[in-house]
Design a protein around this ligand. Sequence first.
Ligand code: ZN
Length: 343
Amino acid sequence: MLRHQSNPTDKFPSDRTDIPMNLGILTCPTIPETAPSHCLLCGSPAKQVLRNCFDTRFGIAETFDIHVCSRCELHQTSPRPSPEVLRDYYEKYYNFSGESGTTYTSRRERFLKSKLYTLWLLMDGDVSFHARRGQGRLLDYGCNEGRGLMRYQANGYEAEGLELNPRAAQSARSLGFKVWVDTLDQVHPAQPYNVIVLSNVLEHALDPRQMLTQARSLLSEKGELWISCPNYRSLWRLVFGAYWINWHVPFHVAHFSLDNLRSILAETGFKIEFVQQATPALWLTQSLMAALFAKRGNPTWQLRSAPLVILFMLLFRGILFPILWFSNRRGRGDCLVLRARKA
Ligand SMILES: [Zn+2]
């Protein structure tokens, strides 16, 4: 069961919706509050709204707080890791598994190529833009081992990837794709891209403004940026509190709403052309499993149990679909999905 308790610090100080921040909560009173921080987007003071979030996936022992900016309401993980510390976390915990040739991976490949997957995307939300057809040059930032690249190629695009993990990049290259193992500022394509995909990427950036500016410089005139990222105004954040899977500390540095995402896109020279919200059944499943099983300092193995995850996903999608539909329509979905064009 989720534990609920009220906490006077758990409020949006300037949230126009007056929604309490954290209904489900796990706190550890021996850990002091982190010092007030400054917003990584606008530099205004930010203060704590959630204490002692811990990594619910890999078993990182440290805890983190969530701070909210008094001006732009960007939520951010605090303390903010330095680039060096963050790199260490990625290397230690975020390693590419390299699983291939197993029954599970071959079934997954078959599913991803099937019409059933296209139907699933229609129902569940296409947060990776796997159903969008078109043409032109496309760069998938964080392409991992290239499953997305195969979809983009099948949908008509000339797809390239960017992947900082060399093993994952090599795996994508073995499928025949060009893959950059660089940061965006080191990417120098022969021709600009027509599309850059930042699917669940921007929230990882220590400097989201810089990432968007660099992406813009790589796009053709009227090029498109496709972005998906968690929505901190999600209904499910209220339900799961500190266990909401999308806090994902310390890897998620910034936590966006549509408002502050809209601002930063306008500021960096983009015009939003399409916005939608989605609540993937997988994300709900992961939040529930984190709430039920995660213990600080221990990896949550249940998140990697394919039968368990699939069972819960089908249950959520089957039973909760009216609530999911309604929360998405009301701006309370788990994921923001948008397309913006270079202005
Ligand atoms: Zn701010």
